[in-house]
Ligand binder design. Structure first.
Ligand SMILES: Cc1cc2nc3c(=O)[nH]c(=O)nc-3n(C[C@H](O)[C@H](O)[C@H](O)COP(=O)(O)O)c2cc1C
Length: 140
């Protein structure tokens, strides 16, 4: 299983509603091409995990990089060999921009993840932190 985690900056006019609509099409594509993952939107930043066959992930990521609804696409991790994390989702979406108490706590924990990802690029540790922190939090 091949995985990429990247982060990018959303263009200011790309609203959560527009993101949601875009993902309706994305989910169909992903389902047809065996791609799963999740996408987190936080403080105008996307964090996306794509997983599937290497060729399919690379092909999709090539298209996503060219998408002008976001910019500054930076790969945090590419990993060949971890198991699939998001078996049941063609692309789970979490908008953590809200302000209720529950979301605030999730955001704080994800901030820890973002910080560790930024200081520890390319490490398996980042993948582990993603799995242990984001996955558990978001699947509850
Ligand atoms: C942050 C972000 C994440 C995206 N994730 C996916 C995805 O998981 N699957 C997908 O098919 N398209 C995704 N897209 C959309 C693609 O970039 C692209 O618009 C779509 O695949 C249609 O490509 P086309 O316009 O070349 O046909 C994403 C776009 C953005 C900005």
């Amino acid at each position: 299983m091949y995985s990429i985690i990247y982060e990018s900056e959303a263009h200011a006019d790309f609203s959560p509603t527009a993101i949601f609509k875009m993902l309706l099409g994305a989910k169909n594509y992903n389902r047809e091409h065996g791609i799963t993952g999740c996408i987190i939107f936080y403080k105008g930043v996307f964090l996306q995990l794509l997983e599937g066959a290497e060729e399919e992930v690379e092909k999709l990521f090539g298209r996503i990089k060219e998408d002008n609804r976001h910019h500054d696409v930076k790969v945090i991790l590419e990993n060949d060999g971890n198991g699939r994390l998001w078996e049941d989702w063609s692309m789970a979406f979490y908008d953590l921009s809200g302000s209720d108490k529950d979301i605030t706590q999730k955001r704080q924990l994800l901030e820890i993840y973002f910080n560790s990802a930024n200081t520890d690029k390319g490490s398996n540790e980042v993948f582990r932190v993603f799995k242990d922190t984001a996955f558990d939090l978001l699947q509850e």
